[in-house]
Design a protein around this ligand. Structure first.
Ligand code: UT7
Length: 331
């Protein structure tokens, strides 16, 4: 008997209206469009400006977009997983709130945090619940309000990140479509290179940590870049080789959007031409947990049933990995 696979059967997205362009950033910090474009590939990003709105605001909207497109009754959802590095509250899962707000009253819900690899790891978690046979509909949402943890006087980080949310529904598939293989990795050496120092159990919040700006993202960009380039390319190539895929067999690379140069290096290593590489970093910047589902939403109309997709991500921790998935529907 063929093993049940976990397929993505619908996607949805939400992006805030406010556009933070490179031109606006030039008025805020000592930077320029040319530097940002050539070093990162980013032209603009979206920022959530609504008052008292956190990550759940965007996650709910992305989920509602998916539910509406698919015509799905939220009561049918078994599990809501929110991949995020910026939960609404440090304690009390954002996913539980999101599930209630969208009417997924029969679901259980929790958050998953693996920095920029959160959605990739979430795909593995979502698929495992489906493959186990115990659950039929898993809603995975990747959402981050990065603007809530960015210092807009620090030119090394504020030009990179943006806000957004994307959602994907996982369901059983008996045709062999869906998640085929994965290789997930982590290495704690990364903690020193990409972190928020305070607000956790080592250094709880205090007047001093606020004054020292220790609640913002700090990144040693050069070091992270080096690890990201080699590791993202390595795992992507490894997943291709292990599944005997050559470049012609892969229709799409779905890479985390941290830096266009990292994406280009990964595609090169896999032997993929530019038109096979999903890209939206120029429009949204690095939306952390939302990059992968936002790509799926942007490219949904181009995807065909049976297409071979390689997802790849690298993030703080360090965390990274690649997933091979066969697309399951024509839109
Ligand atoms: O998604 C999670 C994982 N994160 C990543 O994968 C990010 C990986 N890292 C990167 O993408 C890149 O390292 C950055 C885009 C963050 C930085 O690019 P870089 O080519 O590594 O630049 P750099 O940090 O080595 O800085 C080069 C120069 C420095 O000046 P000096 O010391 O050479 O005089 C920086 O001070 O560029 C300067 N610089 C800037 N100049 C204008 C740094 N940020 C800016 C800026 N505008 N915004």
């Amino acid at each position: 008997m063929k093993k049940t696979k976990a397929a993505i059967t619908a996607v949805g997205a939400y992006l805030p209206d406010y556009v933070l362009s490179n031109a606006i950033l030039e008025t805020m910090v000592d930077t320029n469009d040319e530097w940002i474009t050539t070093r990162t590939g980013i032209k603009e990003r979206r920022i959530l400006k609504e008052e008292n709105a956190g990550t759940s605001f965007m996650a709910i909207k992305a989920a509602e977009d998916l539910l509406q497109k698919r015509g799905l009754d939220p009561k049918e959802i078994d599990f809501v997983l929110v991949a995020t590095a910026t939960p609404d509250l440090p304690v009390a899962a954002t996913a539980a709130y999101v599930a209630s707000e969208i009417g997924a009253v029969n679901a259980f819900a929790y958050d998953l945090q693996a920095a920029c690899s959160s959605f990739l790891y979430g795909m593995s978690t979502a698929a495992s619940y489906i493959e186990s046979g115990r659950y039929k509909k898993v809603l995975l949402i990747g959402a981050d309000k990065m603007s809530s943890i960015i210092d807009y006087t620090d030119r090394t980080t504020c030009i990179i990140f943006g806000d957004g949310a994307g959602a994907a529904l996982f369901e059983p598939n008996e045709e062999g479509l869906g998640l085929q293989d994965e290789h997930l990795r982590s290495d704690g050496i990364g903690r020193q290179f990409l972190k928020i120092e305070a607000g956790g159990s080592i250094l709880p919040p205090s007047a001093e940590t606020v004054a020292n700006k220790q609640h913002y993202v700090q990144q040693d960009g050069k070091s992270v870049f080096k690890f990201a380039v080699s590791n993202m390319a390595d795992v992507s190539k490894m997943v291709m080789d292990r599944n005997e895929l050559i470049h012609d067999d892969v229709q799409w690379l779905v890479p985390h959007q941290a830096n266009k140069r990292i994406i280009d290096a990964t595609a090169k290593r896999m032997g993929l031409s530019d038109e096979k590489v999903m890209m939206n970093i120029h429009k949204y910047g690095n939306t952390t947990s939302a990059t992968l589902p936002l790509l799926l939403n942007d490219y949904e109309s181009k995807l065909k049933k049976g297409d071979n997709l390689i997802f790849a991500a690298f993030g703080g921790g360090f965390t990274w990995g690649a997933i091979y998935l066969k697309w399951a529907y024509n839109s």
